[in-house]
Design a protein around this ligand. Structure first.
Ligand SMILES: Cc1cn([C@H]2C[C@H](O)[C@@H](COP(=O)(O)OP(=O)(O)O[C@H]3O[C@H](C)C(=O)[C@H](O)[C@H]3O)O2)c(=O)[nH]c1=O
Length: 182
């Protein structure tokens, strides 16, 4: 496994060690000891799995209490996965990182607590599976507006592809109004 800090160093891109043979492939997707050696010591308590059509944009979500760290990977298709730093004490507060995650590149993104998370679906269909370091807590669920110009995420929106966003996400708050972390 290869662990590479993103331009916001607490967000880590993980590339798996792939074992291929005539049958196909095998890879470890999570291994507590190896991840801890690279600073990812979260104890995961929940696994999530969502499927989305091309043009779907989910996010940007975070829990203001019971903040969740997320280990995200794609098992079908391709997404542009984004994390936004919402820690007011961070020198990168309000900044974002984005990575292409796909069933083909088998990359994972570690997004620690303190970040908002979202993704845009590039392929016809994408299935995203991710581990969370705390339980779902809807009353603490918050949404940062996906296209807040002060954050300026360069979503790879495709011409002629309908943008599919939930009402909840359309009602997301701009950074200056959003609840953030200390
Ligand atoms: C997140 C979650 C949702 N739900 C239920 C609540 C709703 O009835 C339904 C859809 O929820 P929502 O529209 O919030 O799903 P997403 O838009 O995919 O939200 C997720 O998308 C972004 C990318 C994230 O990082 C979060 O994990 C999460 O917020 O699933 C649950 O039962 N458990 C859960 O952990």
């Amino acid at each position: 496994m290869k662990f590479t800090p993103c331009r916001i160093a607490d967000v880590i891109l993980i590339e798996p060690r792939l074992f291929g043979d005539q049958r196909g492939f095998f890879m470890e997707t999570y291994q507590q000891k190896v991840f801890a050696e690279h600073g990812i010591t979260a104890q995961f308590v929940q696994d999530n799995h969502s499927g989305s059509r091309r043009g779907t944009l989910r996010g940007l979500h975070y829990q203001i209490r019971q903040a969740q760290g997320k280990l995200v990977r794609v098992v079908t298709g391709e997404i542009f996965d984004v994390a936004v730093d919402l820690r007011r004490s961070s020198p990168t507060f309000g900044q974002w990182v984005g990575e292409i995650l796909s069933a083909e590149n088998k990359r994972q993104l570690w997004i620690p607590p303190g970040f908002a998370h979202g993704f845009y679906v590039i392929s016809e269909w994408a299935e995203v599976v991710y581990k969370a370091s705390d339980f779902y807590a809807p009353h603490w669920d918050r949404t940062l507006l996906w296209n807040d110009p002060t954050v300026g995420i360069a979503w790879p929106l495709r011409e002629g592809v309908e943008l599919l966003i939930s009402e909840k996400d359309r009602a997301g708050l701009r950074l200056e109004q959003a609840e953030t972390y200390p």
